[in-house]
Design a protein around this ligand. Structure first.
Ligand code: ATP
Ligand code: MG
Length: 402
């Protein structure tokens, strides 16, 4: 009882005109990408729907791929019948038997584009409904007002499609339709989830990770690559990941003897560097995994003192979320198992005993003024940033420095 086709409904019905077409085009591109490895399958578009004919390609895998396309409205597993009542009846039975949970009530709705088909839509309802009742004796009854399952028969010019269930899409907007943002990506639980939520809102993302190699291991970097690869499953092809060497800045900041402000100083430096990379990469925002009150660097005054260092919109999708809900999302997008692997983050290495929860902006600014070496080191960090292209599965391709 494996479906033979998938009927995909593209856009949100609330979208109109040009925007709708732009969104649909983006989703179509992603469906084309998704279908590439499945050579036997074919697809065609018609009136805001895409018909994927599986020709034996795996339904489950392709459906899982559709679940990762943001902005896609819904899809239905479907069976294809010939223009022949007996065949339509069989496929209708197969379709209803595949429903989980098995319904108690159903109704048949037929639509007929091919007017030369020997039965009218109304007649088909009776002919097919009666056949199903006969073959599922006692298990099913007809309810035309509130059926558990509505079995749809679409008699088109050539084939006949039979389908019932409709699976809702993941929601959001198609990838990249809202522009591009830089994602501050650590190896923790929060920032990959923040990245996924941003992508779902139609942002293309590029990751920025600060590492303190050799104080932090290669494994810690691999972890960030693996997290990015999970996010790449939702992108059109690949995600760019910027690896910023932060060792020197961190070591020198640490020597400044300002233990409780070290995190504030580091985060400000990270933002200044990220803004420069964002400008080079033409990104219009910076995304972080901050969640209000979670740690000392995420109090209102910390967010304020840190956030001042960029003029770009600073997006914090998790700001009001509970950790348990963030974890649920991390599990859903399969980043959780990677995030909880033990590793040393550049920030945990130098973690002070009592980080400031209420940093004073003028003190921080005065301190930074005294660090006359800081701008040059930040410039050097940008210059030495490595750019990786993280594909869904392939080997990573390394690029030269900027
Ligand atoms: P996460 O789970 O994302 O690491 P967290 O709760 O551990 O978040 P912090 O370590 O305070 O919180 O980091 C807050 C945010 O700062 C992160 O979500 C991330 O966006 C950014 N960040 C922290 N460390 C790094 C890093 N090494 N490289 C890039 N961004 C970082
Ligand atoms: Mg962290």
């Amino acid at each position: 009882m494996i479906p033979q086709a998938i009927i995909v409904r593209l856009g949100e019905l609330t979208l109109k005109g040009r925007n709708r077409r732009r969104f649909e085009k983006k989703i179509l591109q992603q469906i084309t990408m998704l279908m590439k490895p499945y050579a036997r399958a074919s697809k065609h578009e018609e009136f805001g729907r895409v018909y994927i004919i599986l020709n034996g390609e795996p339904y489950q895998e392709i459906a899982a791929g559709l679940d990762r396309i943001f902005g896609l409205f819904s899809y239905s597993p479907a069976w294809i019948a010939k223009q022949d009542l007996a065949d339509i009846r069989n496929k209708a039975l197969e379709c209803i038997r595949s429903c989980e949970p098995f319904p108690k009530t159903f109704k048949v709705s037929a639509k007929r584009a091919n007017k030369s088909f020997p039965h009218t839509a109304l007649e088909l309802g009776h002919l097919i409904g009666g056949y199903i009742l006969h073959n599922e004796d006692g298990r099913l009854s007809v309810d035309v007002h509130h059926p558990d399952v509505e079995l749809k028969i679409d008699i088109r010019m050539e084939d006949v499609y039979v389908f019932s269930a409709s699976v809702a899409g993941t929601g959001g907007y198609p990838l990249g339709t809202n522009g591009k943002a830089m994602l501050l990506l650590s190896g923790g639980i929060d920032s990959p989830v923040a990245g996924w939520l941003s992508m779902r809102r139609g942002l293309e993302i590029e990751g920025v990770h600060f590492h303190s190699f050799p104080f932090t291991s290669e494994k810690a970097q691999q972890k960030v690559i693996d997290l990015t690869r999970k996010l790449a499953l939702y992108s059109s092809e690949r995600i760019v990941l910027h690896m910023v060497p932060f060792t020197e800045i961190q070591t020198k900041l640490n020597q400044a003897g300002q233990d409780n402000l070290i995190i504030t100083l580091m985060r400000r430096s990270m933002l200044r560097i990220t803004e420069r990379i964002a400008n080079e990469r033409k990104a219009g925002a910076i995304v972080t995994g901050d969640s209000l009150g979670q740690v000392a660097s995420q109090t209102l005054s910390s967010l304020q003192v840190i956030g001042r260092e960029t003029t770009l919109p600073l997006l914090r999708p998790l700001i009001m979320m509970d950790k348990v809900d963030i974890i649920k999302l991390a599990e859903k997008i399969e980043t959780m198992e990677i995030s909880i692997l033990p590793y040393e983050d550049c920030c945990t290495l130098f973690i002070p005993k009592s980080p400031a929860t209420n940093p004073n902006l003028s003190i921080v600014e005065r301190l930074e003024k005294m660090m006359d070496w800081l701008p040059a080191l930040e410039e050097e960090a940008v210059a030495k940033t490595e750019r990786l292209f993280i594909h869904r599965e392939e080997e990573d391709k390394f690029d030269e420095y900027f």
